[in-house]
Design a protein around this ligand. Structure first.
Ligand code: PLP
Length: 374
């Protein structure tokens, strides 16, 4: 074996890595303009207010950032009507997932989630030496009854991605209410709302009520709500997200944090960008319009598209999806084939700008026609 294999910890030995994402900049000669619809990023970029704040924060980049993220926490606490101690800002919401696992899990303990959900749950749980129990899905969404059933005395965390990545499914307010009421007291429920702004917009259009997640936080329930600036705010590259939950638990998580892990530039961008409702409204309403166009276009090719509450579509192409993804890549478009999620016939397509989506649909049409002729 290798030089360090016997020296590293058991979890490090047993961990698989996150699937490699294609390099951001393809070599100029091979693919001059790869359209990236594979990482659920915001195709409209950050708010101009955030851009301005970043520029000005750069001039103070010689100073360490405010480790308590005071200004951002104060603003978030005010907007969400919770105490400042009930807000923890981290370098992306995935950093808080890891902190929660390090704080609450250990060998012999477990966390529960659904199959075909966010891959980072598995990585964060296994890194803490604990076990992840994944329950089967129901209609491409979380089966909450199965999750309740899977909880045992060693369970400490449950992850509900709402909406779920990669299936785009949403659990409504009544569903979450019922679940929270039935979860045993020794379990903390993580409501991962990375796509919150998109979900709220879709829910309003569809006349359904999205999760009342902040109510649980205000009532002091054992619930952590995760939100991020990576998606609707278009700041994925800066790494800033946060959790809302019980002050005591977040204080334990904060002890485990790396010092100065949220940069001053990220903090400035988040503070300035969060009030730019015009930008966020434009992002979420364009997303909903384009979701409809893409959904219709893909259905016309005979593919099955699941209803989405997020900024991507889960699409069953009825054949090996890695082949389709490879052919799309040859056409200059990158999408995510979902074999590693146990859905070998499915791709996840992030919703891009209108012109990107048209190029994608044209390429998908050409590929579907070629497959029919073969
Ligand atoms: C369900 C879910 N949670 C969290 C995240 C990560 O967010 P962040 O960029 O804040 O780490 C993602 C990103 O794709 C996601 O799909």
């Amino acid at each position: 074996m290798s030089r360090f294999f016997d020296l590293i910890s058991k979890p490090a030995r047993e961990m698989g890595g996150l699937l490699p994402t294609p390099p951001k900049r393809a070599p100029a000669d091979s693919q001059p303009r790869l359209i990236r619809l594979d990482s659920n990023e915001n195709p409209y970029g950050p708010s101009p207010h955030a851009m301005e704040a970043m520029q000005s924060a750069l001039t103070a980049a010689n100073s360490y950032p405010d480790d308590d993220c005071t200004e951002l926490r104060r603003k978030l606490a005010g907007i969400h009507e919770v105490q400042q101690e009930q807000v923890l800002v981290t370098a992306g919401s995935t950093a808080l997932l890891s902190l929660l696992c390090q704080t609450m899990l250990a060998p012999g303990r477990n966390a529960v989630t659904s199959e075909r959900s966010f891959l980072v749950y598995s990585m964060a749980v296994h890194a803490s030496g604990a076990q992840l129990i994944e329950t089967p899905m129901r209609d491409d969404g979380f089966d909450l009854a199965a999750i309740l059933e899977a909880i045992n005395e060693d369970t400490r965390l449950v992850f509900l991605a709402n909406p779920n990545n990669p299936t785009g499914s949403m659990i409504d307010a009544a569903g979450v209410d019922k679940f929270i009421a039935e979860v045993p007291g020794h379990v903390v429920v993580v409501l991962d709302e990375a796509y919150y702004e998109f979900a709220v917009h879709f829910a309003a259009r569809r006349n359904v009520e999205y999760s009342r997640s902040l109510n649980y936080v205000r009532q002091g329930a054992s619930v952590i709500v995760l939100r991020t600036f990576s998606k609707a705010h278009g700041l994925a590259g800066l790494r800033v997200g946060y959790g809302l939950g019980p002050a005591e638990l977040l204080a334990y998580c904060a002890r485990m944090r790396d010092t100065f892990s949220v940069s001053s530039v990220a903090l400035a961008a988040a503070v300035a960008g969060m009030d730019d409702h015009k930008h966020i409204d434009r992002v979420v309403s364009n997303n909903a319009t384009e979701a409809q166009i893409l959904g219709v276009g893909l259905s016309e090719l005979g593919y099955h598209v699941a209803p989405t509450a997020a900024n991507f579509l889960y699409c069953d192409v009825g054949e090996d999806a890695s082949g389709i993804a490879g052919r799309l890549r040859n056409e200059g478009i990158s999408v995510r084939p979902l074999g590693a999620w146990g859905a070998p016939n499915c791709i996840r397509v992030s919703i891009g700008r209108p012109e990107q989506n048209q190029i994608f649909l044209n390429a998908a049409r050409k590929i579907a026609e070629n497959s029919q002729q073969r």
